[in-house]
Design a protein around this ligand. Sequence first.
Ligand SMILES: NC(=O)C1=CN([C@@H]2O[C@H](COP(=O)(O)OP(=O)(O)OC[C@H]3O[C@@H](n4cnc5c(N)ncnc54)[C@H](OP(=O)(O)O)[C@@H]3O)[C@@H](O)[C@H]2O)C=CC1
Ligand SMILES: O=C(O)CCC(=O)C(=O)O
Ligand SMILES: [Mg+2]
Length: 728
Amino acid sequence: MSTTTPDIIYTIVDEAPELARNSLLPIISAFAGAAGINVQTRDISLAGRILSLFSNLLSDEQRVTDDLAALGELVKTPDANVIKLPNISASVPQLQEAITELQSQGFPIPDYPRDPKTDTEKSVRAKYDGIKGSAVNPVLREGNSDRRSAKAVKAYAKLNPHRMGDWTKDNKTTVASMPGHDFFANEKSVTITAAQAGGAKIIHTDKDGKTTVLKDGLSYEDGTIVDGTFMSAKALRTYIKDEVASTPPGVLFSVHLKATMMKVSDPIIFGHFVSVYLEDFLGKHGSAIDFNPNSGIGTLEKLIAGNAEMEADLKAALASKPPLYMVNSDKGITNLHVSSDVIIDASMPAVIKAGGIGWGPDGEPANTKCCIPDNCYAPVYDETVEFFKTNGKLDVTTCGAVSNVGLMAQKAEEYGSHPTTFTANADGTISIVLDNGETIISHDVEAGDIWRSCTAKKAPILDWIKLGIERADATGLAAFWLDENRAHDAELIKYIKPALADAGKDIPIMAPRAATRFTLEEMTKGHDVVTITGNVLRDYLTDLFPILELGTSAKMLSIVKLMNGGGLFETGAGGSAPKHVEQLQEENHLRWDSLGEFCALGESFNFLATKDRPKAAILGDAVERATQILLVEGHSPGRKVGDNDNRSSHYWFARYWAEAIASQYKDADLKAHFSKIATELAENEDTILAELKADEGKPADMGGYYHADADKVTAIMRPSKTLNAIIG
Ligand SMILES: NC(=O)C1=CN([C@@H]2O[C@H](COP(=O)(O)OP(=O)(O)OC[C@H]3O[C@@H](n4cnc5c(N)ncnc54)[C@H](OP(=O)(O)O)[C@@H]3O)[C@@H](O)[C@H]2O)C=CC1
Ligand SMILES: O=C(O)CCC(=O)C(=O)O
Ligand SMILES: [Mg+2]
């Protein structure tokens, strides 16, 4: 194979996983290189994606390639072997910060046009909107999702349980959802027949019969499930008002959304929370300030800074309502500051793991009302909260492992809905009309309602059912999490029942609430369970259960078997851990655990080995052994200065990996090469660990956040000359 064709692609990303990459990738590249395996990088960071939008404005030295587009093509080929680390799915405030930082570094890129008027501004805004929110994962995820904990990881967690908060029966933490008029209640769903396959558009018709095409050029294949639904803005605002008013004294108020993935609908829902919660303040000052509630209280604070009257009124407005659940009480960052700070898949498990606890403005722990407006998936969290109230906290030392098979390929379900999500700008109807004139879905809407459509294609659905059956066979207990009373799920079930009958399998199909109870009951008894779910629950459950079982979802194995034969190996299920970067900047300790990367790496080598690359098999086996030893020997990062950190854990990983390759007999060259490395790493242990720790406790300057200085980051993340020389 040509050395220019990458055998494995490793992604350049953001925040903590990107810092970790700077330390780990040189080790991976060196070890792989010794086995003739070519590892290359592709940049999918937020800064890289911004720069690739404006190549025409940049100098030759500043110009970057559009790596995401190239990867998007690669994952549709059998050759894809991509290790994908978590990247920022940017909210508008994050995007604006990244733009400002790049401008300050001399990149002549345009501002984010908040209110585009000219054609140029509209085109810049459209470009930026294309990379807003979750703009990477849906492009790369050309396959369904298989997330589970490696056996060694689960066994280690059972023997070394993390801290879990206690639950008592009088815990006042609750989950509160809309009484109706939400996406769940309004959903309609059809499966496209061969006769219906073809083009379609989405049309708004106002009360006077005037039509506006909201989306043209849609194309549905035979067998695609098409959904349409909406959330009533009026009902949403009434619900928020009622929930604010009924929050009991001493209980915190919070909302939990996925504004990154659901990048059109959820920032708007978040904005309704902000504007209802701040109605007194905005009633008095709203017309005097240019404030979009969707951007949150963080932006409002910056906007009114220095205006003593407004600052006092904002303080009074916050004090007049139930105290907000805080993201960071030390820094005064509330639940309503920025929509990307409270991301439901990470935030709800954190509340649950702590024992139904959030932190209030006074920095004290308290029970929390968790508003999750829509009823499609909120029952999962409601049932979990009620289960722990009744049964007490989970026993990590005995509980079973919950894994997931998720329908994800080709932008399945809600997570593919943002190009077809609209706010109704007038009362009327929104309909999906096929090119043959047939209206397949129609809703009466009012101005402000949030309407969306999404699809799930037949080939991914059939592939997902097959994968679900495979994992169920390998595990024992399993269930499909689908509600036969929900329109979309009822269509999916029409695919599942015959497929199960054909395969002679009897996997139960349960609505999310019942499936949650079943899973919690069985895992509590020590049984392993597979959850076979749609795309949103894939996301939610692969944080919820790992965070309860392992303390973090970062330790999960996350495999995406691409539909055209390639492999995408994600690292864990968590995100990019901005709090870890903060700690590194303040005290040069990086608590990021690369276990997810180790697991992905092993799978990536194993996958390469299936393509007649025997040395890859040796490296893959050795990665697995090294990971097990690292866990057993307790060399994972700790939380505090003085503990092992990300860099020292990479030293141990390199050492155990080299030792494992050195101890095999299948390949004499590799054995000889890595015996020498293993010996040198062992002999220099004290020096290397001392060099890695030399600057701990002091601030670290990365020379940027979204687009840090490469040399500075290398210096921070590779401070051991001795280690670098051995790896070199
Ligand atoms: N696949 C992807 O690309 C994903 C990207 N994201 C992006 O990540 C960002 C942050 O999201 P957020 O919701 O805060 O969730 P994160 O998962 O990044 O962080 C939540 C917490 O989980 C713990 N954690 C996560 N990963 C690790 C790890 N490797 N080692 C140790 N602890 C870990 C940390 O806890 P502690 O502080 O206690 O150490 C962290 O603060 C957002 O910008 C979001 O867009 C989010 C999800 C997936
Ligand atoms: O792409 C994103 O924004 C988040 C993805 C995510 O949370 C997940 O896949 O678990
Ligand atoms: Mg997630």
